[in-house]
Write a protein that binds this ligand. Structure first.
Ligand code: HEM
Length: 327
């Protein structure tokens, strides 16, 4: 096996997204926590996942939030949902990583410990003065996941709160307050195929304590988490520049980006918590696994033009296919 570009744990836990040699949108929602065995290892055991990029990604989130406050919003009626989310994610972390995290309670006072960040915090639910910042921002600073909270009312779902610093080709600031179908408006094929209306019906029927998940994928030039529309000028690849890079650089530059998304009905507020965790591996690492190399080439080659265009990979997909087939 040739030398890996990424840390070994990122390869071993990569949620390779394709199960056949082609890809179409579907209502691919399954129960959370099911462990998926892959060619390199496994993924999926935990709802909130920590890997070797933890401190780096949290620093990147802090940097983005300090320069662009629109990545964080909570409409006033989402206050309880924000507390709900903080306690839920702390509970998940403590259950999944008991050696370094714990959540305990004495009467009204809760105790949170996160040794990875050297944090020990006592708080009272509902009392913001007991935390250094609001509860949603507080927990978003300790998980690699982006968070969107959806309020359910009038037979619909609205994205009324969240902290999203790693959006792939969309803008949280623009979408805040929008309805579920409106948010998905720019995505080709979703409405016509009924995929997104079925997904919405499914979400609206979720019961407190229900945890589900799905995957989604795209490609990113460079290992760059913030590929939001507002950051376009900073990252939008220049096709001429990309054409000019040599083969070796191309394989290290182009990343398959996979989102593991969880949907959870929150117990107190009844809102839906949507978590987006973004994983990236360069083609150079994908190609070290024969099954991944050939399957990714097949999926990219077969992908309809409108989907390739929406995913932003039209200018380099042919070269990516050729690269994968010859490495
Ligand atoms: C539960 C809360 C969800 C939120 C807040 C959400 C939000 C979004 C956003 C903001 C986009 C990008 C749209 C754009 O380009 O402007 C997107 C894309 C998409 N969403 Fe969702 N989504 C959610 C759940 C789901 C579910 C349950 C499905 C199930 C089918 C789904 C399917 C898709 C698909 C297929 C895309 C296109 C992705 C691509 O090709 O890169 N979403 N979603």
């Amino acid at each position: 096996m040739s030398e890996l570009v990424s840390a070994p744990d990122l390869v071993a836990t990569f949620p390779f997204p394709y199960t056949v040699d082609s890809y179409r949108y579907s209502t691919n929602i399954a129960p959370a926590r099911g462990v998926v065995t892959t060619a390199t290892g496994q993924w999926g055991r935990h709802v909130v996942d920590i890997d070797s990029e933890y401190t780096l990604e949290l620093a990147e989130r802090r940097r983005i939030l300090s320069t662009d406050p629109t990545r964080h919003a909570a409409l006033p009626h989402m206050r309880i949902a924000c507390w709900d989310t903080m306690v839920l994610l702390m509970t998940e972390l403590a259950g999944s990583y008991p050696a370094t995290m714990s959540l305990t309670r004495d009467g009204d006072v809760w105790h949170w410990r996160n040794e990875l960040l050297d944090v020990a915090q006592d708080f009272v639910i509902g009392d913001e003065s007991t935390l250094p910042c609001d509860p949603l921002a507080y927990i978003a600073g300790q998980v690699q996941e982006d968070i969107v909270l959806l309020d359910q009312r009038d037979g619909d779902l609205f994205a009324d709160a969240g902290v999203v610093t790693f959006a792939a080709g969309w803008s949280f600031g623009f979408d805040v307050g929008m309805a579920f179908l409106e948010i998905h408006g720019p995505v080709p094929r979703l409405r016509e195929t009924g995929v997104i209306t079925r997904a919405r019906e499914f979400l609206m029927r979720l019961q407190p304590g229900d945890f589900y998940r799905r995957t989604n994928w795209s490609m990113t030039v460079g290992r760059r988490l913030d590929v939001s529309t507002e950051a376009f000028p900073a990252w939008l690849p220049d096709p001429a520049q990309l054409d000019a890079v040599d083969d070796d650089t191309f394989g290290r530059l182009i990343h398959l980006r996979v989102e593991v998304q969880h949907v959870i009905r929150l117990p107190e507020s009844g809102a839906i918590c949507f978590l987006i965790r973004s994983y990236m591996l360069p083609l150079a690492d994908i190609a070290t696994v024969e099954q991944w190399r050939t399957r990714t080439a097949a999926v990219l080659a077969e992908l309809p033009d409108d989907m390739a265009e929406y995913k932003g990979l039209t200018s380099y997909r042919d070269r990516a296919v050729a690269w994968l087939l010859t490495h």
